[in-house]
Design a binder for this molecule. Structure first.
Ligand SMILES: Nc1nc2c(c(=O)[nH]1)N=C([C@H](O)[C@@H](O)CO)CN2
Length: 119
């Protein structure tokens, strides 16, 4: 399985269960592993055969600028489904963390794995 990884992508978004979190955007950190639908780009060296990781970053930034999620779990699920459906990836691992949300904890978050076939 060939994978594109994105580490420590930081995005400001509205996230959280408390009323103040509806108004104040917070920085979250995303780490993603995205299985590629084909390994063709490895052989051809053609950009047309590659999954453009810049487009993935743009799409994540767009989603997170438009939506408010209450839970990190729901945000992670939405990002995972977007990548599976729109970028035809067969498998994805998404980690989402809040930075300094809890006193004494550097990062707190969730990590999920999803496949396009649902198992
Ligand atoms: N399992 C979760 N627990 C909590 C979440 C969450 O998204 N998933 N969120 C909060 C609050 O929004 C908190 O992060 C505010 O600082 C609390 N617990």
């Amino acid at each position: 399985m060939d994978i594109i990884f994105l580490h420590e992508l930081k995005v400001k978004t509205l996230i959280g269960i408390y009323p103040w979190e509806l108004k104040v955007a917070q920085t979250i950190q995303l780490d993603l592993e995205i299985a590629l639908p084909t390994s063709q780009a490895c052989q051809t060296d053609n950009f047309e055969d590659a999954l453009d990781y810049a487009l993935i970053v743009q799409r994540i930034q767009q989603v997170l600028s438009e939506r408010h999620f209450s839970l990190l779990e729901a945000l992670a699920e939405h990002i995972a489904q977007t990548i599976l459906l729109e970028f035809k990836s067969p498998w994805v691992k998404v980690s989402v963390a809040k930075l300094s949300a809890i006193r004494g904890v550097k990062k707190v978050g969730v990590r999920i794995e999803r496949t396009s076939c649902g198992h």
